[in-house]
Write a new protein. Sequence first.
Lengths: 105, 555
Amino acid sequence: MIEQVADPLPQATAVAKVVLELDVNNHPGVMSHICNLFARRAFNVEGILCMPVSDGKRSRIWLLVFDDHRLEQMVRQVEKLEDVLNVRRHGAEHEVFERLEGFFH
Amino acid sequence: MTQLTGAQLIVRLLERQGVQTIAGLPGGAILPFYDALSASSQIRHVLARHEQGAGFMAQGMARVSGVPQVCVASSGPGATNLVTAIADACLDSIPMVIITGQVPQAMIGTDAFQEVDIYGITVPITKHNFLVRSAEELLEVVPDAFRIAMSGRPGPVLIDVPKDVQNQLIEVQELPPPAVADLPPQLDLAAVEEAARMINEAVRPVLYLGGGVIHSGASPLAVQLAEQGGLPTTMTLMALGAMPVDHPLSVGMLGMHGARYTNFVLEEADLLICVGARFDDRAIGRAAQFCPNAKIVHIDVDRSELHKIKNAHVAIHADVTEALEALLPRVKAALRTDWLAQVADLKQRFPMQFPDIGDPRSHYGLIKAVADALDDEAVVATDVGQHQMWVAQAYPFRRPRQWLTSGGLGTMGFGLPTAMGAALAEPERTVVCFTGDGSFKMNIQELATLAEEGLNLKIVLMNNNALGLVYQQQALFYGKRQFASRYRVEPDFVKIAEGFGVPALDLDQADDPRAALAKALSEPGPCLIHATIDREQFVYPMVPPGAANTEMIGG
């Protein structure tokens, strides 16, 4: 049919960062579902960390993202994923990524 | 305790789920499943000629029944051929379970023959998908796939099953119970109260129904709400049939090819009650200028649709049926004489125009003649293009699930196999598929399946030997530079149909096209009805891409 002529996207001016903490099922493909969701919306994930928790049936994923106007919709989309059990939002002051800085500098 | 192969287990689980018909096409990696399926006395297999045809047949069955339906293909190209039908189901929220064969697990990742990562490919176009790694897992995965497909906002779920998993023998103690849908979200009664208050206080409210009303089975409730509250009601392409088109409160379809008055009514609204719709760009035009004076109540079972395109003043995350049931006792009976008089005035001044509708050799006239020869029990499917919009505008839809069309993805080739699915699921009905010559050629191979199954399906081919909607846009928006939209050779569709074993009628040759049409539609079995139409006839009104809905041209 016809090409999309949408209003131009507002430029991402926000510099504030947000840390998202996800509880997810642990099996191959879960990361793919989550990363694909961000990628296909052209939403960059700045940092990502994932480790199994308790008996290995679950994992916890930490995502570092910019707090732009699409974040609320992104979080709602993440919450819809079958393997995502819940999503918590933290401010950029959360120390999980800061404590990893040593490995990157 | 029973010993079963993974393949036999899948068949048993499908039978337990009540599956009656599966559309598919076999190949190497799915042969163990087909072997097991051959032993089923409950499930009938329909052999498609292309996997995309199988995918749309399952869609057709699902669209008329509302129950998840199944299609099957082999690995590699078999699986990739399903992709368009899966994406189409995802965008129109159609419940479907897709089973694909995969190369044995030991060969995954080796670029084995007919290996493709269909799990990875379908991540963005399914509601969920699975790559099964043991026969044991099937006990959970198969019921889960059905549960996910039918819960909340429906959608397609893919199960990729490696060949070794299909062959693996396991001891099964007990089969799991058939899947049922999850409970709908908890209804926020405070929000319902607030919505009712806004409806009661509104002066110029409009009810805006989407496909979610059909999926939820809430059409009678939506009509009741409209009648009780005196609400003029517009429907999206996906919701046609939710309210009979000749209901006094119906203002028809909104959006890009809606009637002028419909979009003007929305312009005047001070409250928009959006039920199971998603503010799609084809429906609302330029979002910022849609219903500029209206507050918005939005009811949807998918929370991510709320506040996505337009901020709602009251957002209700709920199953549409439950929300309307709660809303009804709280909405005051209202006549809204002034507002309905204003709507009637707009309708009279800017009505939908149907030029030449009395002539069955014109596009609108042909659609009208088909409708006149049928009753409301018939199912109407379309392909995608000009004919689709003309049918949406002119066919008198009066019943939910009467109308099957590819809304979100706009897939040419959708019509024939989807209509076949409808005819498979509801053999007692007459099914009509309106198509265009461009669309028809995209799944024309399914004529062979149609002849084999002898379905009661009439294909009405509106032939202008062009990609009509492309031709139209080039005429209107690209300086009449009509490039790559006209065919230089015209196939003989009557001979093609007959060659496949499907009887055909050429309306161009009929002395009395109306009588010939009525006769062809009343005879049982398949038939192709061919009619040449004028390429210079365009779909009007039309909102130019990127414009506001009130900036329509034509009509």
